[in-house]
Ligand binder design. Structure first.
Ligand SMILES: NC(=O)c1ccc[n+]([C@@H]2O[C@H](COP(=O)([O-])OP(=O)(O)OC[C@H]3O[C@@H](n4cnc5c(N)ncnc54)[C@H](OP(=O)(O)O)[C@@H]3O)[C@@H](O)[C@H]2O)c1
Length: 329
């Protein structure tokens, strides 16, 4: 990789990379992270660069000189090819993550996730891209009745496609099929593809809209009742996910899949932590234990050099961000 290869004291060459779905929650932090290194020119692929919801990207430090937005629906191969042209690396982040129940999930979620991935990979191969970092999810790891209880799941595990269909887990299915397609394409063509599978991603919002994983926390906090379900979830800060994606791109040794999860935390612990930074809100007082999520290990990513911040830092910054956005009053 150009960025990681410079010897000590040598000025690293500028590298051009593309981030798909650049205006989304994770991708915005990734663009921010890439620009802040001063080492990357970023092609941000979004459906419509003139949409006011992308104003935050144009305001990022370094954006004026080093961020170029491209109009690219992932389902339009020519537009994707134009965004990827001239890039050393591509971060394929875009995928449908609906915030409400889709009417036709096969057509609105599953098919575009896979078709978009195929278009991006074909464009990368044609453009001679050196490495693609594919954003998958633990949704592609753990949705499998064969996963034994009580173990931390690692990268060997895959969600079961038939089981995803049986439980109508269309998002899980979309991520599983798309990641499998990405890794199979890498195998067939020799394209260097590394996938990163984040767990529940939370953190401050750069974008003006509210994405699905943030909405889950917000809905919980706004629940209003005394009683709420309590389960242990796998949390990771969005800024640590951005770091993981850059690491997966830059580390010469990166290969295969990487689970990206920081720590387990129960909803009651999350509420307690948020309350410390924002006491003037009505929180549930009675927590009813329900089945915990499957647990994961990120040992492989940590061995590559990945580190994550504390829960205190994450939730303190979430409170500040949500207050500024008028989400928590
Ligand atoms: N947040 C989490 O907890 C979490 C956990 C694991 C994995 N992930 C993965 O992380 C990625 C980003 O998710 P996020 O949480 O940041 O949600 P997000 O803010 O909703 O980001 C998804 C992005 O994909 C774009 N997109 C979807 N279909 C597209 C298409 N056909 N053409 C162009 N752009 C398209 C969306 O653009 P529009 O707004 O224009 O639709 C949006 O910018 C996804 O691949 C998701 O599966 C997220």
């Amino acid at each position: 990789m150009v960025a990681g290869a410079a010897a000590a004291g040598e000025t690293a060459a500028m590298s051009t990379v593309c981030v798909t779905g650049a205006g989304g929650f994770i991708a915005s932090w990734l663009v921010h992270r890439l620009l802040s290194t001063g080492r990357y020119v970023v092609h941000g692929a979004v459906r419509d660069p003139s949409d006011p919801k992308h104003a935050h990207l144009k305001a990022l430090g370094g954006a004026g000189e080093r961020l170029r937005l491209f109009a690219a629906d992932m389902l339009d191969p020519a537009a994707v090819a134009a965004a990827v042209a001239g890039c050393d690396g591509v971060f394929h982040v875009a995928s449908p993550v609906p915030t409400s129940k889709p009417a036709d999930p096969e057509r609105e979620v599953v098919a575009p996730a896979v078709a978009g991935t195929r278009n991006v990979l074909a464009a990368c191969r044609d453009a001679g891209v050196r490495r693609v970092v594919f954003v998958s999810s633990v949704a592609a790891v753990a949705v499998n009745p064969k996963c034994p209880a009580g173990i931390d799941l690692d990268e060997e595990w895959w969600s079961d496609e038939d089981f995803c269909r049986t439980i109508k887990g269309w998002y899980f299915l979309s991520k599983t099929l798309a990641e499998r397609a990405a890794l199979a394409y890498a195998e067939e063509t020799g394209l260097d593809v590394v996938s990163v599978c984040p767990s529940w991603v939370l953190g401050p919002l750069l974008q003006s809209t509210v994405n699905n994983s943030s909405l889950t926390l917000i809905d919980y906090l706004r629940g209003g009742g005394d009683t709420a379900d309590d389960k242990v979830k796998n949390v990771v800060d969005v800024r640590d996910v951005a770091d993981a994606l850059v690491l997966a791109y830059e580390a010469p040794a990166a290969k295969g899949r990487y689970i990206c999860r920081a720590y387990p935390m129960s909803m009651a612990e999350i509420v307690d932590t948020i309350r410390r930074f924002h006491p003037n809100h009505t929180y549930p007082t009675n927590f009813v234990k329900v089945q915990d999520e499957r647990m994961f290990t990120s040992k492989k990513l940590q061995a590559l050099g990945w580190k994550y911040r504390t829960a205190e830092e994450t939730f303190k910054d979430i409170v500040e961000s949500y207050k500024a956005a008028g989400i928590l009053n």
